[in-house]
Write a protein that binds this ligand. Structure first.
Ligand code: SF4
Ligand code: SF4
Length: 113
């Protein structure tokens, strides 16, 4: 199942998606995340699931754009202002380097922005 954690506002869609069929709850992404965005535990989207799984914490998922911005330097210029949107190819390449994405050897995490 694809579990989407985040929100949409006037400036865009800010979702972290966990493929719960791939995630084995190893916790590597929790260790790698410098902002404490990710947690591993009982699946909030599927209470019937027995195995632990990764998800964005309840408080963090309401402010993902800001919580993840230190990792997403490719979206901001040196003065912190939003830069022009990178090409889709560059964006896809840069997302693969995010600490949470890079550390997940199950390729279970994707970001929408
Ligand atoms: S690193 Fe990947 S497999 Fe491990 S808990 Fe995080 S999302 Fe799941
Ligand atoms: S991009 Fe990934 S590692 Fe960085 S703060 Fe967001 S969830 Fe954490």
């Amino acid at each position: 199942m694809m579990a989407n954690w985040g929100y949409q506002d006037g400036s865009g869609k800010y979702f972290i998606t966990i493929d719960t069929d791939k995630c084995d709850g190893c916790g590597a992404c929790v260790e790698a995340c410098p902002q404490g965005v990710l947690e591993v535990g009982e699946d909030p989207a599927d209470p019937l699931r027995d195995e632990p799984v990764a998800f964005a914490g309840e408080e963090q998922r309401k402010k993902l754009k800001f919580a993840c911005s230190p990792c997403k330097t490719y979206l901001t210029s040196v003065d912190g202002a939003e830069s022009s949107m990178p090409t889709p190819e560059l964006l896809a390449e840069e997302r693969q380097k995010l600490p949470c994405v890079a550390v997940c050897d199950k390729a279970a995490i994707t970001h929408s922005w």
